[in-house]
Design a protein around this ligand. Sequence first.
Ligand SMILES: Cc1cc2nc3c(=O)[nH]c(=O)nc-3n(C[C@H](O)[C@H](O)[C@H](O)COP(=O)(O)O)c2cc1C
Length: 123
Amino acid sequence: MLIVYATRTGNTRRFLSKTGFRTQPIEAGDVTEPFILATYTDGEGEVPERVWSFLETNSKQLVGVAAGGSRNFGQWFGRAADEIAAEYDVPVIHRFELSGTPSDVETFKKGVGTLVKLYQSEQ
Ligand SMILES: Cc1cc2nc3c(=O)[nH]c(=O)nc-3n(C[C@H](O)[C@H](O)[C@H](O)COP(=O)(O)O)c2cc1C
């Protein structure tokens, strides 16, 4: 499963590099296969504007979402994932702290694995 990501300061990219999945940044352009989106959280629990723009043309193949953030933001921690899940009716796989703890990496990998199985059984 392809993971498409948005990063501003590199944490999301560093997190994904620990997972071993195939990745590409949203800047790489339109996506023509099923993918999971991983983004950082901005504002107060907000999805970065360029991620919304990307999803406007690429949401058809979106199968799940994960968001990075910082627990310093309290109730807004990783909330970008919930915003996207609500808008596009896809599951939240995980909310990870900055570039991710080993436990974040494991949880994300398991979540992706579950989604891949579900997706394959529906094809
Ligand atoms: C202006 C600003 C607002 C942020 N707002 C949130 C937030 O609401 N919730 C959250 O969990 N993290 C928030 N963060 C933390 C970032 O999501 C976190 O640092 C993330 O790891 C950045 O990912 P990146 O390095 O891939 O860009 C904010 C960071 C900045 C600079």
